[in-house]
Write a protein that binds this ligand. Sequence first.
Ligand SMILES: [Zn+2]
Length: 166
Amino acid sequence: MTFRKQLFIPNKRAYITGLNRPSVECIICAIINEEPEVANLTIWKNSTVAACVNLYPYNAGHLLLFPLRHIKDPRELNDEESLQMHSLLCHSLKRLDSVYRPEGYNIGYNIGEASGASIEHLHQHIVPRYPRELGFVDITAGAKIIIEDPNVTLALLREAFSDLKS
Ligand SMILES: [Zn+2]
């Protein structure tokens, strides 16, 4: 394993304050539409929902699930989107279990600025939790040392999702 993989330090503050933020109206819509300004982080998608790697992960395997439709609140999900979001959650947990073997998960939506949400487009976080996390090395303002480059996560999970029909 290279040094780079072990010591990838994302800086979420720069992202939130706009220093590194791509100039697109909605980063999730840009990912869905494969716009050139954003990295292609999609693990899997169909015509309703998608899963992608979080570019600023809290842990190895941190995923985002979202409807393709630009909505801001879970109450706006239609029946088909609700069903598919849940189905994708289950498929994702199964694959994260086999690739990362975490001991738990935090799963949820951040709604509104006060929650820390920095992207308006509704998205569900899946954060795998591990028994010996490097929480004590948290630095400041959202910067954290993590153990895996998101590009590595992306490659591992694209492989794990390759059996799932889109
Ligand atoms: Zn959007």
